[in-house]
Design a protein around this ligand. Structure first.
Ligand SMILES: [Zn+2]
Ligand SMILES: [Zn+2]
Length: 260
């Protein structure tokens, strides 16, 4: 009889393997040939499955840790999860492996992969000694996107990424110092942090058209402001793009003024 692989959900033979990561033998568990290589009887099979889905090293300790820290990264990951009454039992096999994994779970997996990358980079001496990735939440400074810092200041804000709701995360040491100076999380913090990171003096009149905080991008954690194109590669003065950028900046300034 064809049952569903309890990992990826494709047709598999019943009773061929113990359930994922469980010490007890579960005669109802089916595992396809591909997922047998996840070593279902060895603890951590679900974490190895998550790594495989990400195309990552299945025995990377940083990724394991990050997956366990990331809320929702393992939700509904296994097609027949013995720990989840909703997905265990009698689901019919599906054609595409892992087709059941939700967008939310895939997004959480991506965040765990990014965080693991940050940890690896910090450990490999990617930055000066004493630097580490944020202790929780998004894997980089919400403002500048740097993945490792000597200290992290927790913030909860809806002002950095419109449309993404309230975010709880951290600011790196540099952006936390700018926050001290400007007093509030918002566009001024972002513009000033950016200007100062470029060695430019910031004034009340400083405007950086189209500048977004890391939290509003889908950029991976890494170097600060890596997603911002250098100004000299911006639109030529007088071009339509430059006029649009200018209008955008004026609208943003008006909106900021109105919010005060
Ligand atoms: Zn499978
Ligand atoms: Zn920062």
């Amino acid at each position: 009889m064809r049952a569903a692989c309890s990992f990826c959900g494709v047709p598999a033979d019943l009773g061929t393997a113990p359930a994922a990561g469980r010490a007890r033998l579960d005669l109802d568990a089916a595992v396809c040939a591909a997922c047998m290589t996840l070593d279902p009887a060895r603890p951590g099979a679900a974490l190895r499955a998550a790594a495989r889905l990400l195309g990552a090293d299945e025995d990377d300790p940083h990724l394991r840790e990050a997956l366990l820290d990331e809320d929702g990264a393992l939700d509904g990951l296994l097609y027949g999860d013995p720990g989840d009454p909703l997905s265990s039992g009698y689901r019919a096999p599906q054609r595409a492996p892992w087709g059941h994994v939700s967008r939310q779970t895939r997004a959480a997996l991506g965040r765990a992969r990014d965080r693991a990358q940050g940890r690896r980079a910090a450990e490999a001496g990617g930055g000066p000694a004493g630097e580490s990735p944020p202790p929780s939440g998004p894997p980089a400074c919400l403002v500048c996107g740097v993945g490792a810092s000597t200290s992290w200041r927790p913030v909860t804000t809806a002002a950095l990424a419109r449309g993404r709701g309230t975010l709880t995360g951290h600011l790196c040491a540099g952006c936390a110092a700018v926050l001290e100076a400007v007093g509030a999380v918002g566009p001024t913090l972002v513009e000033r942090a950016y200007s100062e990171s470029r060695g430019q003096r910031w004034t009340e009149a400083t405007r950086v058209p189209g500048l977004t905080a890391w939290a509003a991008t889908d950029a991976p954690p890494g170097e600060p402001w890596a997603w911002v194109a250098p100004r000299r590669e911006g639109p030529a003065p007088g071009s339509v793009e430059a006029q649009v950028a200018d209008l955008r900046a004026q609208v943003a300034a008006l909106a900021e003024g109105a919010a005060r």
